[in-house]
Design a protein around this ligand. Structure first.
Ligand code: N5F
Length: 407
């Protein structure tokens, strides 16, 4: 006889929701564990250069915030976000502050958008490849992914038009500027068609743009959001949802980012965020608001210049040190470039050998919603010094040469 106090055998794994069972670990965060060893040169994480962080300015802003706001800086605050920060973001985009929702990193924005927009089985269109963190955010809401092909000009809009003829899609997720993971940028002509096509077919368009300010060469193209605004004439009718972040322009550790969207979507984001974390840290938002006019513009300039130099150096070293048959994208901004190796090379299998040579990257496959891309990899140049870039690319070139000789 079992006593009422003796516990029943519990299948704890079996108690997990289908939602939880569909979750997977981020390939980037897993690799960051390996690359935390101090002697490994990491081209893996999309980490900003810490030596460029405006430490003194953040210190001074923190002091000012405490002086000006007192205890209110440390109190709970509204879910929508710190009003002066929302006003500032709205003014930049030419929209009312009420169309701006502050979020705790744009990663939270992606999760909340998934929560309020995706029903199980809804078709979510994604670039092939796309940002794997977005796949990770959307996955628990059990979408059906459909991949849209991309080339050097970004999303192939002709291919998209074909897909839309036969597929009823809920939303399309895109990173049009210096895409994560490829570093590619959507061409100006394609932007207009992408906005029009999605509008015609009733497909929401999520424009994820954490890197747009970090252009180091070439001319800027209009945001999809601004084209949507032009098309609909009103922020509350825009079918484009815009997401950006202070992570790559100021600092990622304060976790301050935002979403711009039409009123019905913002209303639901607020409710979803109340359930997630009530609000983004009050103090952090106040610090960011202190910095947006006085520090942000010159910080962007510094970061652009440094990343431009690092990208050019990495490309030069790749051309000099890599075996023939490796193709690289040429980013005009942002933090990433993308390598395609000869067919048959498996970059996941190769990673331990690269780490033995003290260099790390992210294998390309996890960036494809439906698999593929085994012969691709993402390299980030933002977090490595010029000396590390030179040494790391040489080590990676040696790793690739060995692999090709073995293949
Ligand atoms: O705003 P935040 O810091 O939450 O950035 C999230 C994010 C959203 N959208 C795109 C396209 C992004 O690239 C990112 C940040 N991605 C970095 C990466 O390496 O792919 C984050 C890596 C940092 C980490 O996982 O520790």
């Amino acid at each position: 006889m079992t006593s009422p106090l003796s516990p029943a055998a519990f299948d704890l794994t079996g108690t997990l929701s289908r939602r939880a069972q569909s979750m997977t670990a981020s390939a980037i965060r897993e690799i960051l564990k390996v690359t935390q060893q101090p002697d490994v040169i990491s081209f893996a994480g999309g980490l900003p250069a810490p030596e460029l962080f405006p430490l003194d300015e953040v210190r001074a802003a923190s002091q000012r915030v405490l002086d000006v706001y007192g205890p209110a800086a440390l109190q709970y605050s509204t879910t929508e976000g710190h009003p002066p920060l929302r006003e500032w973001i709205g003014a930049q985009a030419g929209i009312p502050a009420r169309n701006v929702q502050i979020v705790t990193g744009s990663q939270q924005g992606l999760d909340l958008l998934g929560k309020v927009l995706i029903d199980e089985g809804d078709v979510v269109l994604v670039e092939a490849p796309t940002y794997l963190g977005a796949l990770q955010s959307f996955q628990p809401y059990l979408p059906r992914y459909v991949q849209v092909p991309t080339d050097d000009g970004g999303i192939d809009v002709d291919a998209l038009e074909e897909v839309l003829k036969t597929t009823r899609a809920k939303l399309l997720y895109a990173v049009p500027n210096f895409q994560n993971p490829t570093g590619r940028t959507l061409s100006a002509e394609r932007r207009r068609r992408l906005v029009e096509l999605t509008a015609q077919h009733g497909v929401l368009l999520i424009e994820d743009d954490p890197y747009g300010q970090l252009r180091f060469t070439g001319a800027a193209a209009p945001s999809l959001y601004s084209l949507g605004l032009e098309l609909h004439g009103d922020a509350d009718r825009n079918h484009v949802i815009y997401s950006s972040s202070f992570s790559k322009t100021l600092v990622p550790g304060l976790r301050d980012a935002w979403v711009q969207a039409a009123a019905p979507i913002i209303a639901k984001l607020i409710q979803a965020k109340q359930g997630a974390d009530l609000h983004t840290p009050t103090f952090n938002q106040m610090i960011i608001a202190e910095l947006v006019d006085s520090v942000l513009p010159r910080q962007i300039e510094r970061v652009r210049q440094a990343y431009g130099e690092r990208a050019r150096l990495m490309l030069d070293r790749i051309h000099a040190d890599f075996p023939a048959g490796v193709q690289s994208t040429t980013p005009e901004g942002g933090m990433f470039l993308w390598l395609t190796l000869p067919e048959g090379v498996d970059t996941q299998a190769l990673l331990p050998r690269a780490v033995e040579r003290k260099v790390a990257y992210v294998p390309g496959s996890p960036f494809f919603a439906l698999g593929g891309g085994e012969n691709t990899m993402r390299l980030s140049y933002s977090n490595a010094t010029p000396e590390q870039i030179t040494r790391g690319v040489r080590a990676l070139g040696d790793t690739l040469r060995d692999a090709l000789a073995g293949a």
